[in-house]
Design a protein around this ligand. Structure first.
Ligand code: ATP
Length: 324
């Protein structure tokens, strides 16, 4: 392999820049050319490429977002779109790809590899931590720190006014952010999609915490939680049933995806980028590089896409005990 292309696709996450930097520098280390592909698969279709050398990625290890930009590409879902992308890669001499993104991006990589036999390695970049084959996705640790910092601030105002706050955090299908940040920030209750607590149990738990002398409470709710249709309906329900509470809602939203990556995410990105390039140079393809038991490990892309990440039941138990 003489030239590797790198792209970021799907939702962005902190640490993607550090991963781009790592891929570019690992290529330089092994004397392989590296081409940055802008705006994910859409840029591949449009031939939006740029040669990258070790100096073109200076000063980005600390930056959130992605200098290569990210996109969702409908055109890449079509055979015609992928044919255009392949022509552009061929013309640019790109012989292998590193795809930094979530499971949708990995699915695109698999489909493309099946059709055109271009070797691909995936790096998991999403704050949700919902990808099988890695204990941590890029950006997850940073997002946890962001959420904890914000909840600490909300707690200050909650306790000044004896309020109950519902704080909605990201996680459409996975409660990893809610569960970990909830424990870290000392939430009274954590509502996650994997566990249907039920409205009655939520009320019971709030009543208990009131009786135990707590005057304010924080409930962390994952976006995808199933017990209420949305966090505002939860608020209405609790207000109707517990009029003594002054209930507020805070939806954290996209701020969770931004910010300077944590040291953990920077180190992880650096390790995964190097391993991705080394794997391609060893002739491997269709794998995701991830972290398993603190070691960098490869998981077949297919498993990474289809496998289900489980919520840690020990954490659920710890959270229950903490809210006594
Ligand atoms: P996030 O977890 O943040 O949503 P993601 O990588 O899962 O990130 P998606 O929007 O699902 O984000 O996928 C990114 C892109 O991957 C899509 O816009 C599309 O171009 C490509 N892609 C996804 N699925 C397929 C598929 N079945 N065939 C071809 N391309 C696909």
């Amino acid at each position: 392999i003489k030239k590797i292309g790198v792209l970021t696709s799907g939702g962005d996450s902190p640490g993607m820049n550090a991963a781009i930097r790592s891929v570019v520098r690992a290529c330089a280390y092994y004397n392989v050319d590296c081409m940055g592909i802008y705006r994910g698969y859409q840029g591949m279709i449009e031939g939006d490429f740029k040669e990258m050398g070790p100096r073109s990625v200076h000063n980005i290890v600390n930056k959130g977002g992605t200098i290569l930009k990210s996109a969702r590409s409908k055109e890449f879902m079509t055979a015609e779109g992928r044919a255009k992308a392949y022509e552009n890669l061929k013309e640019a001499g790109i012989e292998a790809l590193v795809v930094i993104g979530g499971d949708g991006s990995f699915t695109g990589a698999e489909v493309f590899n099946k059709e055109y036999k271009i070797p691909v390695i995936g790096i998991p970049g999403t704050i949700d931590n919902d990808i099988f084959g890695t204990s941590h996705t890029l950006g997850y640790d940073t997002a946890l720190n962001t959420v904890v910092e914000v909840i600490d601030k909300i707690r200050d105002t909650a306790s000044s006014h004896n309020r109950l706050f519902f704080v909605e955090v990201m996680g459409r299908d996975a409660g990893h952010i809610a569960l970990n940040a909830g424990i870290g920030a000392g939430a009274e209750e954590i509502l996650i999609p994997e566990e249907d607590l039920g409205l009655e149990r939520l009320l019971e738990s709030l009543r208990r915490s009131k009786l135990s002398g707590k005057s304010s409470s924080i409930v962390v709710v994952a976006e995808g939680d199933k017990i209420g249709k949305n966090v505002f309906e939860l608020k209405d329900y609790v207000e109707q049933n517990m009029p003594e509470y002054d209930v507020r809602v805070s939806v954290l939203g996209h701020m969770q995806r931004g910010g300077s990556p944590s040291c953990f995410d920077r180190v992880l990105a650096s390790r995964l980028g190097v391993k991705a390039v080394e794997s391609l140079l060893e002739g491997k393809s269709n794998f995701m590089v991830g972290l398993l038991n603190d070691k960098v490990a490869l998981t077949p892309l297919e498993q990474a896409i289809k496998g289900h990440t489980e919520i840690d039941l020990e954490l659920v138990r710890v959270s229950d005990i903490m809210t006594i």
